[in-house]
Design a protein around this ligand. Sequence first.
Ligand SMILES: NC(=O)c1ccc[n+]([C@@H]2O[C@H](COP(=O)([O-])OP(=O)(O)OC[C@H]3O[C@@H](n4cnc5c(N)ncnc54)[C@H](OP(=O)(O)O)[C@@H]3O)[C@@H](O)[C@H]2O)c1
Length: 310
Amino acid sequence: MKALIFRETGETKSVLELAAIPTPAVAPGEALVRVLLSPINASDLHMVRGRYGYQPALPASPGIEGVGIVEAVGAGVQSLVVGTRAVFVDTWNTFREQIVCPADKLVPVPDGLDDSAAAASYINPLTAWTLTLSSHNLKEGDWLLQTAAASSVGKFVLQLARQYRFKTINVIRRREQETIIRNLGGKEFICTADEDLRARLQELTAGKGVERAIDCVAGELSAEIARNLAPAGTMLVYGALSSHRQTDPSKFIMPLFPPRLIYSTAAVRGWWLPRWVPSQPLGEVGQRRAIFSPCCRRASLRRRRLCGIR
Ligand SMILES: NC(=O)c1ccc[n+]([C@@H]2O[C@H](COP(=O)([O-])OP(=O)(O)OC[C@H]3O[C@@H](n4cnc5c(N)ncnc54)[C@H](OP(=O)(O)O)[C@@H]3O)[C@@H](O)[C@H]2O)c1
C-alpha cells in the first residue's frame, strides 16, 4: 500500500515522501481500515517539523483523524463488521491507504454524514466543544474571548455559542474576517490590524477584564490578553499559531506579566485534546462528534483546497 511518510523531521516539502509499505497484519481486538479521507491539521505540520506534543518513532506517517471502511477485523472483535464506515479516534498515522488500529478506537459514521464531513468531524469540532462546554463550563449568558476567531475551531465555537447561548468576543487579524464571524452570529470583534487590543478589551468588558478565554495564537497577543484577565479569570492556550514556520527562539515565548497574574489570581493553562480524549468513555467522544456536519464539510473542503488536493 501507499503511505505518506517522513524518515526525519523537517519542512514537509523536504521530508515527506510517498512510499510503498506492506499492509500490516491484524491482531486480536484490532481492525484493518481502508482510509478514504484524512484532513490536514496544523498538528500534522508540527509533527513533521518535530515540534508536536507527541512524536512517533520514525519512519512514520502524519495524520490524526480521518474516515475509512473496515476491511478486516481481528479475533474477538464484536463491535464492528467488515464494510462499516468509521472515523478514527485517538489514532495516529492516518496519511496512508490502510491502517490497523484497536477496534474500540473506531466510531461508526451515521449514513447522513458524507465522507468529507465525517473525516473532519473529530479534532476541531471536539476541541471547540470540550474547550467551551466542558473545560470552561460555559452557561447561557457567559462571555468567552477567542483568538483566531475565523479559524476552523473558532467557527465551531461560534456555532456552539449560538446553540448554547454564550456570548463571544472575537479577536481577528484581518478586517475581512469580520463577515465570517457575523454570518455565524458573532457580534463583538477586536481586529488587531487596526485596533488597540488593550483599549478594546477594557471597553468591551467595562474595565473588569476577561473572565474566560481560549487562545491558539500565543506569543505577544496572548500575553496581552493574559494581562487583561479578570480576577480569577482563566485563559486556555490550545495552539501557538504565532510560532508557525518560525525558527527564532524568541517567537516561542509568551511574555507574561507576573504582577497582573499574581494580584488577579488569574490562570493561563495549556490545553491539548489528546490528553482529554483518553480520559473519556468512547461513547462520549463519539456523541460529541456528529453535531457539526455542515460546517465540518466546509472546513474540510477548504483544507483540501489550501493543500492543493482535489
Ligand atoms: N490543543 C489541541 O488539542 C488543538 C486541537 C485542534 C486545533 N488546535 C490548534 O488550533 C489552532 C487553529 O487550528 P484550525 O485548524 O482551526 O486553524 P485554521 O482553520 O487553519 O485557521 C487558522 C486561523 O488563524 C489565523 N492565524 C494564523 N496565524 C495567526 C497569527 N500569527 N496571529 C493571529 N491569527 C493567526 C488565520 O488567519 P489568516 O486567515 O489571516 O491566515 C486563520 O484565521 C492551530 O494552532 C491548531 O494546532 C489545537
